[in-house]
Design a protein around this ligand. Structure first.
Ligand SMILES: Cc1ncc(COP(=O)(O)O)c(C=O)c1O
Length: 376
């Protein structure tokens, strides 16, 4: 697939004038290369911005808001890119679409392809993919190829297979539509804040497309003349898969591909395909990078669940883990801080923060309840 880079006549008329009446992402058609309204069967975009009172109190961060990207057809921000790519694929007459994935891109593609009537071919690392997510993909009728190697090997195999079998390629850093779709999150946050840029945005980074797209979206708002500054963007990686954090900290131009180890499969990437663009994007915003440990991720998941009723997977809670790591810096009441919650915990229940609650065998009696509560 070759998609020409889009050239827009930037101006405020490209911004939707009215509120979302259920169209979701397609409201931003003035700034999208393809308009899928009326064509894409699943509802994508228009996710809530959540000001969680209890989370704000617990972290002492009065201006913190969560962009809840778990509220999409398959529970991750990948559904935006999938929608745009599938509409493009269908309009080109494609009958099959393929991707490599750490899990969520594939779940999203499997569901979207089923709804659009295309065959889905998926390449995942057999070493790191969540078995529950593979079941999820299969449930939608996708063919899943389990690759003996890391995500990067699955990615290259997928690119090669698309060449050989003439499948439409949805690979996140190969197909420019992925970035075009993901930038709509930045538009929505700006709009939901009353047409204002936030001060700081924390974003999880695997391949780096989500982050680069967010900054690109903010830059387009400036080009349209409706915003006058960028937010400071903080890229968050898992400390077991943090090539870009290390590059930033060392002040280097390039990174060494790493062998990775983290519970956060969505950001388990040792050689990011969009790493250069992500590093440059953070630099343009005057932002920074932070690494969070698996324990930090578990704490962030538990905090989200128990203060806000929001269940995230480890990668989905990474941005909040970054916020927690920087909590001393975000206490000003007039500072708006956004954390992107990029993926739901419902699809992969291995890491649920269960220790927050308990289950007690009460043998069908109220005495059992009393014993459990008071030990009497
Ligand atoms: C839940 C979740 N968060 C974040 C990311 C990272 O996104 P990107 O690869 O665009 O950096 C992924 C990627 O799969 C993901 O699944």
């Amino acid at each position: 697939v070759v998609v020409e880079p889009q050239r827009y006549e930037y101006g405020p008329e490209l911004i939707p004038a009215t509120a979302d009446s259920g169209e979701g992402m397609w409201r931003w058609r003035g700034l999208l290369p393809v308009d899928g309204s009326g064509m894409y069967p699943l509802k994508v975009g228009g996710t809530p911005l959540v000001a969680s009172r209890r989370l704000r109190q617990q972290l002492g961060a009065p201006g913190l808001v969560l962009k809840d990207e778990t509220r999409t057809p398959t529970g991750s921000n990948k559904d935006r890119a999938t929608a745009l790519c599938l509409v493009d694929a269908a309009s080109r007459g494609a009958t099959a679409i393929a991707c490599a994935s750490s899990g969520n891109v594939a779940c999203s593609l499997a569901a979207g392809a089923a709804a659009m009537g295309l065959a889905a071919y998926i390449f995942v690392s057999a070493r790191t993919v969540s078995p529950a997510k593979v079941d999820f993909m299969r449930s939608f009728g996708a063919t899943v190829f389990l690759v003996d190697g890391p995500y990067e090997r699955a990615y290259r195999l997928c690119d090669d297979a698309c060449e050989r079998f003439d499948w439409y390629n949805r690979n996140t850093a190969t197909n420019p539509l992925a970035l075009q779709a993901k930038k709509t999150v930045a538009f929505e946050v700006w709009e939901q804040l009353g047409r204002k840029m936030p001060d700081v945005v924390y974003l999880p980074v695997g391949d780096g497309v989500t982050l680069a797209a967010y900054v690109h979206g903010c830059e387009e708002l400036i080009r349209c003349g409706v915003a006058d500054r960028l937010p400071r963007v903080v890229g968050v990686q898992a400390s077991g898969a943090a090539p870009l954090v290390r590059t930033f900290e060392a002040g280097c131009a390039a990174w060494e591909a790493e062998t990775t180890r983290t519970i956060a499969d969505g950001i388990d990437v040792g050689d990011p395909y969009f790493g250069r663009q992500a590093l440059d994007a953070v630099a343009r915003t005057g932002g920074s990078w932070v690494a969070v440990t698996d324990d930090d991720l578990r704490t962030a998941m538990a905090t989200l669940a128990r203060t806000s009723g929001l269940l995230a997977e480890p990668a989905g809670a990474a941005a909040l883990a970054g916020v927690i790591a920087h909590r001393e810096q975000i206490t000003a009441p007039d500072q708006t801080v956004v954390a992107l919650v990029s993926g739901t915990g419902l699809k992969d229940q291995r890491w649920l923060p269960r220790e927050g609650g308990r289950s007690v065998d009460i043998a069908a009696s109220l005495e059992g309840v009393e014993r459990a509560l008071w030990g009497t």
